[in-house]
Design a protein. Structure first.
Ligand code: EPZ
Length: 430
């Protein structure tokens, strides 16, 4: 079993290079299903969710060639739906982007019901609402979602989402790019990865306007063409290093970022007294001994990101006074709080708000990564705790962070990844 072992007490100093954004790479990889020729995608992060998505495409018959560690040539000229082993879909929520991509390519789709991090209810009713509005007939049975359309052609229409959903906005964009006529998505998500997907599709010949606003207009086109494209930097990875620098009271230059994407995190850190210097494609974060308490509520972009929630809670445990973390996107993203309590954190959860009694030193403990972002928050907690913490279930962290241990070690962290033989292996050896 793999573990991450981290000894606290060392401030982070130096430079870190941010990788491509996982949540932009995934929809762009699945969007290649729409294209009957080669695409070359650069700045792809080396993370488990990307590897799994590329395996799903290979199972469908796509040719996927690694050109460098972060560049892939993907050719979906000859692919078939219904060819993917069910288990692969369960491992990751983003596999449901295949619904929109297959609909856009074939006018029909068949995908296993998605899995993903457990934050309580994560329905897909808005996705289904959009597919049906485009003329799709959705059927969910035997654990599969299948969608048919009349004479294999979707018809453009106006869709108003009842709530802001990144996934539903992406899925409907993928389905609508080749629909007959124009589709308008109203109350669309505005995340940078939505813009990145729209830019990729427009580079392939699509006609999408308004991505990044709450109204996206898509004029259907007959065909899309292969292209070369580079993924944007990962704003959540960058934000994670910003908070790690503040928490360890170090000084870190975070390179290869788009500062605009980090504004909500930078603003919150500055409000707390942390210095954040913005450069063209980097930010420099300097920690301080005199941080002030604050309240955070997560919102869809451009609000404070929900994927930066657990990391900020760890920081707030170090700030004297009572701070508040309110989860405004998911039903329940607080499963990580129990892990922090093992370290001495004083946190009470009341509904969607964590009340954090700050200024409490953390002590090392055996910790679990309960989901991707909670897992990286455990690493940050280990970086500032007294003693040596061991974190298990690190495959969840590696779903979305490219070489997090290597990058932290290069900043001076006392951290390593170890493989501990599991009990059966030990029994066998004796
Ligand atoms: C994407 O998930 C991200 N995942 C999540 O990041 C991120 O937390 C989330 O967007 C919000 O930014 C990927 O990009 C692969 P949503 P998604 O649809 O698309 C509800 C990470 O750590 N909802 O915007 O699933 C839903 O239950 C992951 O990288 C409906 O009610 O998020 C949630 O409460 C974790 N009906 C809220 O909307 C629907 O049809 C936001 O979900 C769809 C969503």
């Amino acid at each position: 079993m793999e573990k991450i072992v981290v000894r606290g007490g060392k401030p982070l100093f130096g430079n870190v290079e941010i990788s491509g954004m996982k949540n932009a790479a995934l929809p762009i990889i699945y969007a290649c299903v729409l294209i009957k020729s080669k695409c070359v995608i650069e700045n792809v992060p080396a993370v488990r969710d990307v590897a799994l998505s590329l395996s799903i495409l290979r199972e469908m018959g796509a040719s996927v060639r690694m050109i460098t560690k972060n560049t892939y040539e993907i050719d979906c000229t000859n692919i078939d739906i219904n060819a993917v082993p069910y288990e692969l879909f369960r491992q990751m929520r983003a596999s449901y982007y295949l619904l929109g991509a297959e609909l856009g390519r074939f006018g029909r789709a068949s995908v296993g019901f998605p899995g993903g991090c457990d934050f309580g209810e994560r329905p897909i009713d808005q996705h289904i609402k959009g597919f049906e509005a485009l003329g799709g007939k959705v059927n969910i049975e035997n654990g599969n979602i299948s969608i048919e359309s009349e004479d294999g052609q979707l018809k453009g229409t106006n869709i108003f989402f009842d709530l802001v959903s990144v996934g539903a906005t992406i899925n409907i964009m993928l389905a609508a790019v080749t629909a007959e006529g124009t589709t308008i998505i109203d109350n669309a998500a505005r995340e940078p990865h939505i813009v990145d997907l729209a830019n990729f599709l427009n580079t392939c010949g699509a006609n999408i306007r308004g991505a990044g606003t709450d109204m996206i207009k898509i004029k259907g086109v007959k065909q899309l063409y292969g292209c070369n494209y580079a993924i944007i930097p990962d704003m959540i990875e960058a934000g994670t290093f910003m908070i790690a620098a503040a928490a360890t009271k170090g000084c870190v230059r975070i390179n290869n970022v788009i500062p605009k994407h980090l504004e909500s995190v930078a603003a919150k850190l500055e409000e707390m007294g942390v210095s954040v210097e913005e450069l063209d494609d980097a930010v420099v974060v300097k920690g301080t001994d005199t941080m002030t308490r604050t309240s955070v509520k997560t919102h869809p972009y451009p609000g404070y990101p929900t994927d930066m929630h657990p990391q900020m809670t760890v920081l707030l445990t170090q700030v004297p006074g009572v701070s508040y973390m309110t989860e405004g996107v998911y039903e329940n993203r607080f499963r990580y709080v129990d892990e922090l309590r093992r370290m001495g954190a004083q946190i009470k959860v009341d509904g969607r708000t964590a009340i954090i009694e700050g200024g409490t030193p953390l002590s090392a403990a055996p910790l679990k990564a309960v989901d991707l972002r909670a897992g990286v928050a455990m690493i940050i907690a280990g970086l500032i705790a007294e003693g040596e913490s061991e974190i298990t279930d690190i495959h969840l962290i590696e779903r979305g962070y490219d070489d997090i241990v290597g990058k932290l070690r290069a900043l001076g962290a006392d951290i390593r990844r170890t493989v501990v033989p599991n009990d059966d292996a030990v029994k066998k050896a004796n």
